[in-house]
Ligand binder design. Structure first.
Ligand SMILES: Cc1cc2nc3c(=O)[nH]c(=O)nc-3n(C[C@H](O)[C@H](O)[C@H](O)COP(=O)(O)O)c2cc1C
Length: 188
């Protein structure tokens, strides 16, 4: 199953267009499951509210993951490929995608910790592709807290070997040819 996590929050999103172009060019034979974050309530772990940290810790301690906060992680653990699309916001990614990823990083569902303290992946994802667009020019990798963050999770928690970024930069410039920039990025 290819899990397509759409973290684009505008109806006319260029990032979503780029992700769709990329997906058209990708020959994937299996089922594609879509998660449209704009249409979902995604609450972060918190002291109070729908996803309380106390309930999270108890579930991890007792290995019982029936609480709805674990639905995203359970689905993620079933994927064999993941596509995440999100605009570049404030050198990072939208808070809603961050909250989603926080829930996906559920110990005992998508990763675990062995007796030596090492992270063990509970996923079997062969490839993760992160698709993004940005208004400004390409930034130094040290300033990219979007793909850099996702890549760390993918490599450290889920042990994904093939982690790649498909990005179109400079879309908000006065003379930007947006269609051309998206096509060029999709061909990467
Ligand atoms: C809240 C917000 C924060 C943004 N931060 C950045 C930024 O840090 N760097 C940048 O180059 N563009 C930034 N932009 C511009 C977007 O990255 C750009 O317009 C992008 O193509 C939007 O994608 P979308 O069409 O999929 O919504 C920001 C836009 C918004 C709305």
């Amino acid at each position: 199953m290819l899990l397509y996590v759409n973290g684009c929050l505008r109806d006319e999103s260029r990032t979503k267009r780029l992700a769709d172009l990329w997906l058209e060019r990708r020959t994937y034979e299996g089922e594609v499951c879509r998660v449209d974050l704009a249409r979902l309530d995604v609450d972060p772990l918190d002291a109070v509210g729908p996803n309380p940290l106390g309930a999270y810790s108890k579930a991890v301690r007792t290995a019982s993951y029936e609480h709805p906060m674990f639905r995203f992680a359970t689905q993620f653990a079933q994927a064999d490929e993941v596509l995440i699309a999100a605009p570049f916001w404030n050198y990072s990614l939208p808070a809603k995608l961050h909250a989603y990823l926080e829930l996906v990083c559920s110990q005992g569902v998508t990763f675990d910790i062995d007796e030596t303290g090492a992270y063990v992946s509970l996923c079997h994802i062969g490839r993760l592709t992160y698709v993004t667009t940005a208004g400004g020019a390409q930034v130094d990798p040290l300033d990219d807290h979007a793909f850099g963050y996702v890549r760390t999770l993918a490599e450290r928690f889920w042990h994904i070997d093939d982690v790649r970024c498909v990005a179109a930069w400079g879309l908000d410039g006065p003379s930007a040819n947006v269609d051309q920039l998206l096509l060029e990025a999709a061909e990467q």
